[in-house]
Design a protein around this ligand. Structure first.
Ligand code: GDU
Length: 366
């Protein structure tokens, strides 16, 4: 029997704690915030589950993971099909025949293929080295200029030519009239919200939870008290930024209750133009087919992370990856701590990937 200290009650920490508690280990969970569940936290307001830290849509092709989360909640049939507003016109996402028709008036996959081929040639047929080259080679320069460039530069605070190509490969490109944002086999939103999932995971006699407790404020004390620590906060902060700061993107969320039953007719609307300071508005009731009289929307404003702000996205460019690898080597030599989750592993994980990582760590820790 080991007594683990899990720092952070987000999805990674909660999955790991639940698995280890079931095996008979004791777990103390520390949470800096006043509530559990990290950024998947949802709170009921006006009869709607509000995603307090941005849109969370569960999707996976892994049956084991789908069955795993379904133990904790029933999922609805929500399919993410965002629309994007660019220079006064709406387009369907991800990039599919509806998008191509709206932009070019083209009606067949053959015409679209030809159009993209004309626009997508890279000089000297080279491999895409950054997001700009990757985007143009996938969908051509018109789509890049209309739906990608300004949004991406606003979201990440850097020119597309300085961002890693993989970010844009997250989005499907389809020659069918299919607006589903994900290719995964399973998708949905938990009925009753995400918080209950973490609540149930942590509800075990072997798990002790401390809210409003910042590990970093008493690091030495916690290190002295536990032989094994699972840390889901920022890896650079844990090591007192000894190799310098890693870069993150931060966000501000502005929630509003509106006196209308339907503000935008869709759960997610992206705002591409750089003249609009937010990247998207989510209307929470549409995640759950809500019919309430009023509606709640959230505007998402990107900003550069600095100390004291919440980090949301790792900025995985070459420079940061090199710094991260130095921290990772330090962590490999450190027998007391294991890092997990988006911040601990400095990776742009989706929820299903976080669960996968946490389950495999728990299966390695006998
Ligand atoms: N992108 C654009 N234009 C868009 C949308 C995306 O250029 O209109 C590019 C951006 O570079 C962005 C990248 O594609 O960084 C990836 O887009 P994602 O939507 O995957 O980025 P997020 O992580 O911000 O999205 C989050 C979740 C998604 C989904 C989405 C809401 O990670 O799974 O839930 O919110 O639609």
């Amino acid at each position: 029997m080991t007594h683990y200290l899990v720092v952070g009650s987000g999805l990674f920490g909660a999955v790991f704690a639940s698995q280890m508690a079931a095996k008979g280990h004791k777990i103390t969970v520390l949470e800096k915030r006043e509530h559990i569940a990290g950024n998947i936290y949802t709170k009921e307001t006006e009869g709607v589950q509000v995603h307090q830290y941005g849109a969370h849509i569960f999707h996976t092709s892994n049956k084991r993971i789908w069955e795993f989360v379904n133990q904790y909640a029933e999922f609805n049939r929500f399919t993410n099909a965002p629309v994007a507003l660019s220079k006064g016109k709406l387009y369907n996402l991800p990039f599919n025949m509806n998008t191509f028709y709206a932009l070019w008036g083209l009606k067949t996959p053959k015409e679209v293929k030809e159009k993209i081929a004309q626009q997508s040639r890279l000089p000297h047929n080279k491999e895409p080295e950054n997001l700009e080259e990757q985007a143009i080679s996938l969908v051509g320069s018109d789509i890049y200029e209309t739906l990608i460039k300004e949004y991406t530069e606003k979201q990440w605070g850097k020119p597309c030519s300085e961002l890693p190509a993989f970010i844009i490969r997250r989005l499907p490109v389809r020659l069918t009239f299919d607006n589903n944002y994900f290719n995964d086999l399973y998708q949905g939103i938990p009925i009753g919200g995400y918080t209950q999932i973490v609540e149930k995971m942590l509800d075990h006699p072997n798990i002790q939870l401390h809210l409003s407790t910042d590990f970093m404020e008493n690091k030495e004390k916690w290190l002295a008290g536990y032989e094994k620590i699972i840390y889901t906060g920022m890896i650079d902060e844990y090591y007192n930024y000894c190799y310098g700061e890693l870069e993150y993107r931060s966000l501000t969320f502005e929630h509003e209750i509106l006196e209308t039953d339907n503000f935008q007719g869709n759960a997610v609307v992206n705002y591409i133009d750089k003249t609009v300071p937010y990247t998207r508005i989510i209307e929470h009731k549409h995640f759950e087919f809500g019919t309430q009289e009023r509606t709640i929307i959230t505007k998402e404003y990107p900003k550069t992370w600095k100390k004291g702000y919440e980090p949301y996205y790792p900025v995985n460019n070459d420079k940061n990856q090199q710094t991260y690898q130095r921290y990772e080597r330090l962590a490999d030599q450190d027998e007391q701590v294991i890092f997990g989750g988006r911040l601990g592993m400095y990776r742009y994980f989706d929820m299903h990937q976080v669960i996968d990582e946490a389950l495999s760590l728990a299966s390695k820790e006998s």
